[in-house]
Design a protein around this ligand. Structure first.
Ligand SMILES: *Cc1c(COP(=O)(O)O)cnc(C)c1O
Length: 668
């Protein structure tokens, strides 16, 4: 242990965990950069990369995103060049790139933060975190986690039987904990208990009253003294999306009277010494440090009381909730957090210490189940833009005096729009457009007249938008204009597969081009994915002030690929992604820095069409056979030539073996 602590402190010194910010930043209006010469700094501000990306992501002089997987401790690579090199190796887009060094850095940072807090408050105990497997179960990632966590005795948390299977087989460090959560049956509990005989340290957390009887019976029949814990339903509620994870009506955990019942029952069975851990989890992505603090205060009191009731308390497990600053605003907005990892560790250590000192109870080993904060940063999804559609707003030729009054009126307004009257003009042109539609429906306006009216309308909107863009203040009723005039960029990915939380719960992820960042992004667009589902789009983007309805993008160049990166999506997205429209898993690669550059550690090929149709019980051979029969029939009836039928069969067969996504133009 002594050696390991020394290593922890050493790492705490290397990783300079920043001191807490003094106060949360106020949200203020995001200002459009002025036109003119565009610099890398302008792009940094535009995409807020310093806010959410430090210390891993930045922009280099070539205008490309760079990745520094070891943070500020040296070594970086050009993400654009990396994507080109991977494409040269036939790894098609969309492509998920995992940086194992970032994962290592996150684990070290988390442990360093606790080590620093423990030293600062003279806390007479240690920290032993676990990774909740449900956050990202991919084998290569979990194996890396176990490897990188070894010096810190970092363990795993299982929330189900299959996750327990992974944890027991993967973790190979006796001192690391295996926290056993979730619904349990006799088999789950027995398996966990027996793992103790393999030299592992499983702790079975009782979450339901029924589980105590199963645990007592299993322990007695196996003759094992198990490590038990209880999960408390705290009164303190996490806010926002996952607020329902705590409180009396939470799905998991025991109320205070139930905890007392469990204590009594264990005492009766002479097993109270097995009760060693108190666990709580108030939800994920807790944005406000005060919510965390309140929960810690309540939990520490319960811990101390349990110790005084005679339980053999050794661990306090504070669950997950440590947030990720997706928008980089450092606020208690749902996509952000108003504290950093060090604040988090400091508050936990200080509050637990105080509560224990007050009742003269020895301090516990601290456990956290931080998932999101550990794995979000390590992966980047790269996808290309297939094309775009823009709102056409060129000014049509002026009307003559015989044209419809609506058209002439719109033209007149167009000529008078200025800084003073743009708001009024907007309302007027909107009214004229509606009027044109009404008359068209009643048969008083021809289709070409309606087309002319709409062209003038859009030209007016463009002129108004240009005026607004130079202003600091946009009247509320004109905010929709930017969205209305924005382009649609069609992207080669499925939101349902790669960013399901963006669709399901409106989660925000930072998205930006990974090249051309020395150029001004002159377009404003939303992203539409490959699925033919109108929900398959991204139209909310991070901003300092609330969210933005459009993203700043570059205009597309003919036959040149345009790559976007979706960042911080390493937690929860992969396993929850689904096969909507049968777009399968994306290709994934694991990249590690080497002294000479980098190395591709693993390539995990995405699904082929054969595989995705297999998931819905089609057999590729049968499908081929059906097509063969159909073309044979068509040949007989001379509806198809032999050549055509061969071509069709070849395409069909090779498609089945191919990636489910589209192929972008060849790289530069
Ligand atoms: C989901 C979950 C976690 C992980 O939470 P994060 O906010 O991702 O750190 C931890 N513990 C339990 C019990 C969970 O259900």
């Amino acid at each position: 242990m002594g050696l390991e602590l020394a290593r922890v402190e050493e790492i705490a010194k290397i990783i300079n965990v920043p001191e807490p910010p003094t106060s949360a930043k106020k949200k203020k209006k995001h200002k459009e950069p002025k036109h003119g010469s565009w610099s890398i700094e302008d792009s940094e501000n535009q995409y807020r990369i310093k806010g959410w990306g430090e210390p891993y992501f930045s922009i280099n002089a070539a205008g490309h995103v760079t990745v520094s997987p070891r943070g500020d401790r040296g070594g970086s690579l050009d993400l654009f060049e990396l994507v080109n090199a991977l494409r040269d190796r036939n790894l098609a887009l969309p492509l998920l790139i995992r940086f194992s060094d970032i994962l290592e850095d996150r684990i070290e940072r988390l442990n360093a933060s606790f080590a620093k807090a423990i030293a600062r408050y003279n806390y007479d105990g240690s920290y032993r975190g676990v990774f909740p497997i449900k956050c990202n179960q991919q084998r290569h990632l979990v194996e890396d986690l176990v490897k990188f966590g070894k010096p810190f005795q970092f363990g795993l948390e299982a929330g189900s039987k299959p996750e327990l299977m992974i944890a027991l087989a993967t973790l190979d460090n006796p001192g690391s904990l295996i926290i056993c959560n979730g619904y349990k049956d006799r088999e789950y509990i027995e398996t966990a208990m027996l793992a103790q005989k393999l030299g592992q340290t499983p702790i079975i957390v009782l979450e339901q009253v029924e589980e105590v009887e199963i645990a007592i019976e299993a322990a007695q029949s196996l003759g094992i003294e198990p490590n038990l814990g209880v999960r408390a339903k705290l009164n303190s509620k996490g806010m926002g999306r996952w607020g329902g994870s705590s409180g009396d009506r939470a799905k998991f955990g025991l109320t205070i009277p139930e905890i007392i019942m469990v204590v009594d029952r264990l005492r009766e069975a002479k097993m109270l010494n097995c009760l060693q851990l108190l666990h709580f989890h108030i939800g994920s992505q807790i944005s406000s440090i005060s919510v965390i603090k309140e929960a810690i205060i309540e939990a520490s009191k319960i811990y101390v009381e349990l110790a005084q009731l005679g339980a053999n308390m050794r661990y306090l497990d504070v669950g997950g909730g440590l947030g990720v600053d997706y928008d980089g605003s450092q606020t208690n907005f749902h996509a952000s957090k108003n504290y950093n990892m060090q604040n988090y560790a400091n508050d936990i250590v200080a509050e637990v210490k105080d509560a224990c000192a007050e009742k003269k109870v020895p301090v516990p080993i601290l456990v956290s189940e931080s998932g999101r904060a550990v794995v979000s940063h390590q992966s980047v999804l790269i996808f290309d833009v297939l094309g775009s559609s823009e709102v056409r707003s060129e000014l049509p030729h002026p009307p003559n005096e015989n044209e419809h009054a609506i058209i002439r009126n719109l033209w007149e307004i167009y000529n008078t729009i200025n800084l003073e009257n743009f708001q009024e003009a907007y309302h007027d042109v909107t009214q004229f457009k509606e009027e044109a539609l009404n008359r068209f429906n009643l048969g008083y306006l021809s289709i070409s007249e309606r087309a002319r009216a709409e062209q003038f309308y859009w030209a007016c909107c463009r002129k108004i938008l240009d005026i607004i863009n130079d202003e600091d203040y946009v009247p509320d009723d004109l905010e929709e204009l930017e969205q209305m005039m924005s382009s649609i960029y069609y992207v080669n990915m499925s939101v349902f597969q790669s960013a399901p939380d963006s669709w399901a719960i409106d989660q925000l992820f930072p998205i930006m081009p990974i090249h051309r960042l020395g150029e001004e992004p002159t377009q404003r667009g939303i992203l539409a994915d490959l699925t033919c589902d109108s929900d398959g789009k991204i139209d909310q983007f991070i901003d300092l002030r609330d969210v933005k309805p459009v993203l700043e993008l570059h205009s597309l160049k003919k036959h040149k690929p345009y790559y976007l990166g979706l960042f911080l999506a390493g937690a929860y997205q992969e396993i929850m992604g689904n096969l909507h429209n049968l777009f399968g898993d994306t290709n994934a690669v694991h990249i590690k820095l080497t002294p000479k550059g980098y190395q591709i550690e693993h390539v995990v090929k995405g699904d082929t069409m054969k595989e995705v149709v297999g998931y819905v019980q089609y057999d590729a051979e049968d499908l081929m056979e059906n097509i063969r029969k159909k073309s044979e029939q068509a040949l007989q009836e001379k509806r198809i030539t032999l050549q055509e039928s061969q071509r069709l069969m070849q395409n069909y067969e090779s498609s089945l073996g191919r990636y489910t996504y589209l192929s972008p133009p060849p790289r530069d």
